[in-house]
Design a protein around this ligand. Structure first.
Ligand code: SDX
Length: 429
C-alpha cells in the first residue's frame, strides 16, 4: 500500500515516511518507525488526524456526508436491506444469498435467550438504575455465563461469541427496561423477527399481549441499521483497544457500552430529546441558539455537530424522514418536540456560527423523537444505540483479532509534569 514517501527533516536528518494509499479517503503517513528513527512522538490528542488501524468494514466521507457499510451506501441499505442482513454484511463482508441469510437468521434466533441465572443478576441493581448501568454490568458478566466462547484464539469461539452478542443484546436491553419499570421480563419469541421480538420483549405484559405494528417494527429495524457501525468512533476504538490486550469479547463490548454512554457520543440521543423538551416551544429557540454560541456557556446543541461529518450526517436525513412516518403511523399529527427540532435545525443551518463551524444535525438529533413516540423513555435511547452498534463493535473486534500484525494498543504522551526530584521529608515540607 506504500508506493510514495514523505520526507521529514528532523534536525538535519531526513526520515522517509511511507505514504499508504487507501481505497477511498485521505492518504496516510506511516509513522510506525518514526520514534525508532527520529526519537520523536507525534502529538494528536483526540486523534483528529490519526488513523489507528486499517479496516475494510465502514467508510465515511465527512465532507460529502457519505457512509458505506462494506462499500454499500447507507441510503441503499436503509431502503432495501434489513438489520440482520446488515449484520451478516458487516460480519462477513458480503451480502448473503437466501440460504446464507436463512442460516444466519436461525443461528441468531436460536441464541436470543439468556442464561436463566442472569435474571437473578438484575435483582442486585436498584430499580431506578439507568438501563445503561445494568447493560454495562450484565454484558460484562456474560463471560461468567458463557465461558465456552471467551477464547479469542479459537475462531469458532469468536464466531459463537459474536452470534451470542448480536442475539442477546436486545434481550438484555429489554430486561434492563422491564427491570427499570418494575414489570416482569419477557422471554424472546422465536416466531418474531429481530425488531418485532425486541418491541415485544419491551412492551408485552402478562395482562395484555402486545400486538407488534409491522410499520413500527420496520422503523425499529431501520434505526438498528442506521446505528450499526461507524468507522473508528470513540466506543469502537474503545472496543479495539480493550481487545488488543486479549480481553474476552464480552468484556470488550461492555467497555464499548460504557464509552457510548457519554453525552458527547451515544448518550447524545437522550440529551438531545431532553434539550428539545427543555426548549419546549419554537419561540424559545433563539435563546438556546445564543447559549450554544456563547463561548462562556458550556451548553451545546445536543444532536448537532460531528468529528467527521462537516456536511449532513446521512443517517440524520433518513431519521428525519422516519420521524414523520412513525408519527403519522401513530396518528400523532401535532408533535411539539418534532416541530421544535425542525425549526431549530432550520434556524441553526441559517446561522453563521453553525455554518462556519459546519455543524449539522447528527444521528442523535431525530432518533429520540421516534423512540419517544414509540413509547420508550429517554433512558432507553442509548441502550437501543448500544444494541444496534454491537454488530459494528464485534465486526471491528474480529477484524482486529484476525490481524496477524496486531499488537497491544499503547499510546505514548507529551510529558509536561515535574522534572526528576528527590523525596522531601515531612519535617521539611
Ligand atoms: C455520535 O464519532 C462518531 O462517529 C460518533 C457517532 C457514531 O455513530 O458512533 O456518529 C455517534 O457520537 C454523534 C455525536 C453525538 N454528540 C452530540 O450530538 C453532542 C453535541 N456535539 C458536540 O459535543 C460535538 O460536536 C462533538 C463531540 C460531536 C464533536 O466534537 P469535536 O469534533 O471534537 O468538535 P469540537 O468540540 O472541537 O467543536 C468544534 C467547534 C467548537 O468551537 P471552537 O472551540 O472551534 O470555537 O464547534 C463547536 C465547539 O464549541 N461545537 C458546537 C457543537 N459542537 C461543536 N457548538 C455548539 N453546539 C454543538 N453541538
Amino acid at each position: 500500500m506504500a508506493d510514495k514517501t514523505a520526507t521529514l527533516n528532523l534536525g538535519g536528518k531526513d526520515i522517509d515516511l511511507p505514504i499508504l494509499t487507501p481505497t477511498k479517503g485521505p492518504d496516510c503517513l506511516d509513522i510506525r518507525k518514526l520514534y525508532a528513527q527520529g526519537d520523536v512522538f507525534t502529538f494528536d490528542p483526540g486523534f483528529t488526524s490519526t488513523a489507528a488501524c486499517d479496516s475494510t468494514i465502514t467508510y465515511i466521507d465527512g465532507d460529502k456526508g457519505e457512509l458505506w457499510y462494506r462499500g454499500y451506501p447507507i441510503e441503499q441499505l436503509a431502503a432495501k436491506s434489513s438489520y440482520l442482513e446488515v449484520c451478516y454484511l458487516l460480519l462477513y463482508g458480503e451480502l448473503p444469498d437466501a440460504a446464507q441469510m436463512a442460516d444466519f437468521d436461525t443461528r441468531v434466533t436460536r441464541h436470543t435467550m439468556v442464561h436463566e441465572q442472569m435474571h437473578k443478576f438484575f435483582s442486585g441493581f436498584r430499580r431506578d438504575a439507568h438501563p445503561m448501568a445494568t447493560m454495562v454490568g450484565v454484558v460484562g458478566a456474560m463471560s461468567a455465563f458463557y465461558p465456552d466462547s471467551t477464547d479469542i484464539n479459537d475462531p469458532m469461539q469468536r464466531e459463537i461469541a459474536s452470534i451470542r452478542l448480536i442475539a442477546k443484546l436486545p434481550t438484555i436491553a429489554a430486561m434492563a427496561y422491564k427491570y427499570s419499570v418494575g414489570q416482569p421480563f419477557n422471554y424472546p419469541d422465536n416466531e418474531l423477527d429481530y425488531a418485532s421480538n425486541f418491541l415485544n420483549m419491551c412492551f408485552s405484559v402478562p395482562a395484555e399481549k402486545y400486538k407488534v405494528d409491522p410499520a413500527l417494527a420496520r422503523a425499529m429495524d431501520l434505526i438498528f441499521t442506521l446505528h450499526a457501525d461507524h468507522e473508528q468512533n470513540a466506543s469502537t476504538s474503545t472496543v479495539r483497544l480493550a481487545g488488543s490486550s486479549g480481553a474476552n469479547p464480552f468484556a470488550c463490548i461492555a467497555a464499548g457500552i460504557a464509552c457510548l454512554w457519554g453525552p458527547a457520543h451515544g448518550g447524545a440521543n437522550q440529551a438531545a430529546l431532553e434539550m428539545l423538551q427543555e426548549i419546549g416551544s419554537v419561540d424559545r429557540i433563539p435563546e438556546y441558539i445564543g447559549k450554544a454560541k456563547d463561548k462562556d456557556d458550556p451548553f451545546r446543541l445536543m444532536g448537532f455537530g460531528h468529528r467527521v461529518y462537516k456536511n449532513f450526517d446521512p443517517r440524520a436525513k433518513v431519521m428525519k424522514e422516519t420521524a414523520d412516518e412513525v408519527l403519522g403511523i401513530l396518528g400523532i399529527e401535532k408533535n411539539e418536540t418534532l416541530k421544535v427540532a425542525k425549526e431549530l435545525e432550520r434556524i441553526a443551518l441559517e446561522d453563521d456560527y453553525f455554518v462556519e463551524k459546519k455543524l449539522y444535525p447528527n444521528v442523535d438529533f431525530y432518533s429520540g423523537i421516534i423512540l419517544s413516540a414509540m413509547g420508550f423513555p429517554t433512558s432507553m435511547f442509548t441502550p437501543i444505540f448500544a444494541l444496534s452498534r454491537t454488530v459494528g463493535w464485534i465486526s471491528q473486534w474480529k477484524e482486529m483479532i484476525a490481524d496477524p500484525q496486531g499488537k497491544i494498543g499503547r499510546p505514548r504522551q507529551l510529558y509536561v509534569g515535574a522534572d526528576r526530584r528527590d523525596y522531601v521529608e515531612k519535617s521539611k515540607r
